[in-house]
Design a protein around this ligand. Structure first.
Ligand code: HPA
Length: 232
């Protein structure tokens, strides 16, 4: 039987309340985001939920940044849904929209994994798209760009990011996707748009705004996740 895990991004960890009979199997204090791994059931299916992750802006240690994925490997998970909060660069995107990560741009400016990995993932995207269509949920597909942060983008950086052609911007997930790929775990990346990024925007984004919007997006996000888990 396949074992599935979900990494919950900023503002999205409320999904843990959906778990029946949760067991805490890992917990770590410290850092900006509280980290834990819970095992439980959703609609009768065993699922592992990861809350919080280490970011490159907190540590230079790959060991720490890869912790969730290495734990997923130790738990013998074979499929990971990796979620994040992201700023929407695509002008069509609104707060609380969801985007399947069809491709990404690694803008961390560093080599992340040892082995050359190659993404295809088209079958997983097709599966996730079909699931959204069947359940009448609107889900975009696009390109995610991530840099180290933790500073949210300046107006000039936003103008620059828009020119890369990426649809959503964040500070995580690419290390997760690469590490999982290196370890042979199949993945699906999903961005939850917590704020819009556009040239000439009046103020920069704040972390509180991102967390609040994550909570607003919760209904659609949790419904889609449950459908995906059911379907897998
Ligand atoms: N930029 C970078 N990371 C983010 C953003 C953003 O606007 N929103 C949520 N994570």
């Amino acid at each position: 039987m396949s074992k599935i895990g979900v990494i919950l991004g900023s503002g999205l960890s409320g999904f843990t309340k959906e778990l029946e009979n949760p067991d805490v199997i890992y917990s770590e204090l410290g850092g900006i985001h509280k980290k834990s791994v819970l095992e439980g059931k959703i609609n009768g299916k065993t699922v592992f939920l990861f809350t919080g992750r280490n970011h490159f802006y907190e540590t230079y240690s790959r060991e720490k940044v890869f912790r969730n994925i290495n734990l997923a490997k130790d738990l013998n998970l074979d499929f990971l849904i990796i979620t994040n909060a992201a700023g929407g660069l695509n002008p069509l995107y609104k707060v609380a929209d969801l985007m399947l990560i069809k491709s990404h741009i690694n803008f961390f400016g560093k080599r992340i994994v040892q082995k050359p990995v190659r993404f295809s993932g088209d079958d997983v995207i097709k599966w996730a798209r079909d699931c959204a269509v069947r359940n009448n949920l609107k889900v975009y597909e696009g390109c995610y760009i991530a840099s180290t942060g933790p500073v949210y983008e300046t107006r000039s950086e936003i103008a620059f990011l828009k020119r890369t052609g990426a649809d959503a911007a964040g500070m995580s997930t690419i290390p997760d996707l690469l590490r999982a790929n290196e370890l042979g775990i199949s993945t699906l990346g999903i961005s939850c748009i917590t704020n819009r990024l556009y040239s000439g925007m009046p103020v920069t984004v704040t972390h509180d705004e991102v967390v609040e919007a994550g909570a607003k997006a919760y209904k659609r996000f949790s419904e889609y996740l449950k459908r995906l888990i059911d379907d897998y």
